[in-house]
Write a protein that binds this ligand. Sequence first.
Ligand code: SF4
Ligand code: SF4
Length: 561
Amino acid sequence: MPKFVLDGKEIEFEQGQTIIQAAKNNGITIPHFCWHESLSVSGNCRVCLVEIEKIPKLAIACSTIASEGMVVYSASEKALNARNAVMEFELVNHPLDCPICDEAGECKLQEYAYSHGTGESRFNELKTHKEKRVPLGPLVMFDGDRCISCSRCIRFCDEIAKDPQLTFIKRGDRVTIVTYPGKQLDNPYSMNVTDICPVGALTSRDFRFKARVWELSSTKSICQGCSRGCNINLEVRNNQVLRLTPRLNDEVNSFWMCDHGRVNTYKFINSEDRVDSPYLRRQGELIRIGWDEAFAAASSELKSYSKNEIAFIGSAFTTCEDNYVFAKFASAIVGSKHIDFMPHLNPAFADNILRKENVTPNSFGAKSVGISPAKGGLNIDGIIKGINEGQIKALYLIEDDLLSFNPELENVFSKLDLFIMHSSNFNKTSSLADIIFPASTYAEKHGTVVNFEGRIQRLRPAVTTFDQDRALEGMPLSRWDKFGTKFDSWAERNKRDARSSWRILVGLSGAMGHKFKYAAAEEVFSDISKSISAFAGLNYALIGDQGAKLKLESFSKQEIS
Ligand code: SF4
Ligand code: SF4
């Protein structure tokens, strides 16, 4: 591989790469605002100026192609003086309103002002003011004063969202961003501009003023909005998820996620309608009961039906671990052959960027770990027909609000003699249930999901539940900050009594006189990897942060589609 010298260090590069990209690939960041590795080069911010031996003028690292033997200085006196001068220009009209700016704490201008600013301004004239609080679209707010005209947002709409909606108007220090006449910033990926805007000019209307970013903890997870499985960060304060941000994975979603995933797939976690304990229907009313009572009731009810009268519906919304234990419970403990899950397809949702027609995160995984009828058993259509015709009298459903997707199922499910459900929230389907177990959401548990291409990816708990606390017994849960505030007290208030479905099934099988040996999701996964060839050799560490491909040769083409 060809090499050049950057700040005294020899680094390798690929032919055709720019200096800034080669530096990045070698773990060196040359300061920049307008450059983004997924967008075309515009070269307008001039912050990435570097000195190159034998070239008299400074060059911008974002558009200068690296060449063999080149000697580059990104922090020489000449380069630093130029960068400091650019920063002085950037700050001439900037309002310097970091204390009230949502970007503070993750702002490149703030960061470089500390590293390259002079600390005081030589500009004594009046600053140019532009429009503030301009809603560019339903989800993005614009503050013209803060914009540094880097054009990232314009290039994102043109090149990634493939929907040109933004442009510059005016010139010089009057230049500003607007939407084209008659348009608004409403493409399905619009909120990515809030991530790539290097300053606080574009902010999320969903997250504005909810929290300062340094108050948030961040946990790596996977979006649950469709079978793409975009990599995300769950950002939490006081045990409440406050925003989702995309996480780089070149194999899945690059730097991006869609707006639906970002704003519609986390609010149910914090919602007031969470199922807060097990419930049992008595004389038509759902009443709160304890876990042991719920296990005993479910056990004795299930035992009162023959195995052919009970059907099981797993879930494409929950993990492989939950579905695997559910399938084992259905076949090995109850002995039913009637097990399947409901696919949820929405062709109108799909596009050629990220969004997939399958609006569940784990139908591939559910099927792979055994959520399909045994020989002679009923599939999902057969189960529904069986309930309608009275052959199926009892139904056990996990983590799928089927009635919200298919309201006509209400007439069918009301014919059931027994309906047991695991659900994180009260919903249309749970309103018909006889026994409800409170299920953890994807933000409250360990587990895995498999995307449309057979890539298995990990979920991790970002929000604690009482159940996790039991697992952490003996560990100090309360901490005090330097001002003497017990900062987990709000978190305590926001904590739910919920368990992963696999853990609920371990409890229920115990009540039925059987013992599942699992104590942690990782143990369930270890069993999956030993017993299902597509998962062979995998473990949580190997799946890691970026996921791993299942052995697709284990599946038929029909299963993959
Ligand atoms: S709004 Fe942000 S991303 Fe767009 S040009 Fe201004 S600074 Fe750049
Ligand atoms: S494309 Fe699918 S997985 Fe990605 S963010 Fe949108 S809904 Fe979530």
